[in-house]
Design a protein around this ligand. Structure first.
Ligand code: PMV
Length: 338
């Protein structure tokens, strides 16, 4: 086998029903559903050479530079999950990764980066085995989940469900399943304008955030609500009821941040401008009847969601009323991946 290289790109995703709280080996305490984005993605390439030995080596470069933090994270992932990566033995790997979203946006999507890495690793496995079969996306989702829970959902276009829920027979806590076949056409046109309130790295990582759900006084209630919201959202995605979609999206976003506010110790990731933007979005919706809504990730930035049909009006609203609350007037206009 001569040296070869493989590459893959994978997008970020934004959850509507949120995953927050986990157990065991990256298993979710409730199901979650997300939109898969298209413009915010990670591109990864792995250059592979045989080393004649029995072990493998891995060097990681992020945007052309050594990155000890990511290097360590990936090494740990490969060691922890070595039973799935035996095919790497005897290989030297140079992994190079870059993001398409702006450097200074504060968006560090582990969903995009870890799923892109896994897709590349699966391509290496195929080369080693001489297989030309299409990649097994369920396996890609499973291995991505072991790297970063939300990454499980990034391997499918449009929308994905991760976590077992009664109405979807094939749903599982182990991997995500695609929802594109059941989603009403309007959701395939959705935009996500990401209003960058702050570009700073968040003060509390997701890892710590998940762990603070252990022993949280509201945890069981939160998981029960998320399970109900998953079933409700699955209905809404089929019937296209945008008012119900808005209710679920906004209450899920605020509950996520309520869990942070009521944990021990409590913390907050929203900023004053996050709240200003939320108020303005709700007022805009009331005054225009345009079905926009917001969601939040574990951070201060606001994701403004709306169907393509309202793109013009919403873009004017963003430019006229919201950019002033954003860091350096920054907004990333993303759309659902087809
Ligand atoms: O995948 P993690 O461990 O970074 O957790 C992500 C959690 C949220 O982004 C806040 C919610 C979600 O479901 O994506």
């Amino acid at each position: 086998m001569n040296g070869f290289s493989v590459s893959a790109s994978s997008p970020s995703n934004i959850a509507i029903v949120k995953y927050w709280g986990k157990h065991g080996n990256q298993l979710p305490n409730n199901p979650s559903i997300s939109f898969t984005l298209s413009r915010c993605h990670t591109e990864t390439q792995i250059k592979v050479n045989e080393n004649g030995g029995e072990n493998y080596s891995m060097r990681f470069l992020f945007e052309g530079k050594e990155s000890p933090k990511f290097q360590e994270k990936i090494e740990k992932y490969l060691v922890d999950n070595q039973k799935y990566f035996g095919f790497l033995n005897g290989l030297d790997l140079v992994v190079e990764s870059r993001n398409t979203f702006p450097h200074s946006s504060g968006i560090a999507s582990s969903a995009a980066s870890m799923s892109a890495l896994v897709l590349c690793l699966l391509k290496v496995e195929q080369k080693v085995n001489g297989s030309v079969a299409p990649l097994d996306m369920r396996k890609a989702s499973f291995l991505s989940r072991l790297a970063s829970g939300s990454a499980a959902r990034s391997v499918y276009p449009v929308m994905a469900l991760w976590g077992a829920t009664p109405s979807v027979a094939e749903s599982s806590d182990d991997y995500a399943v695609p929802l594109s076949d059941v989603v009403s056409p309007v959701f395939k046109t959705y935009h996500d304008s990401i209003l960058i309130v702050s570009n700073k790295e968040k003060s509390v990582s997701s890892r710590v955030g998940h762990s603070l759900m252990n022993g949280h006084p509201l945890a069981e209630k939160r998981y029960a609500t998320a399970r109900e919201n998953t079933e409700r959202l699955l209905q809404v995605l089929k019937n296209g009821d945008l008012d119900a979609f808005i209710d679920i999206a906004e209450s899920e976003a605020l509950q996520l941040h309520e869990m942070m506010a009521t944990s021990t110790p409590p913390y907050k990731l929203m900023e004053p401008n996050t709240l200003e933007i939320i108020d303005l979005i709700r007022r805009f919706r009331r005054e225009t009847n345009i079905p926009t809504c917001f969601t939040l990730d574990a951070g201060p930035n606001v994701h403004l969601l709306y169907p393509e049909a309202y793109d013009k009006q919403v873009k004017s609203f963003i430019n006229d009323s919201l950019l002033v609350y954003c860091h350096d007037n920054q907004c990333i206009d993303d759309v659902v991946q087809q």
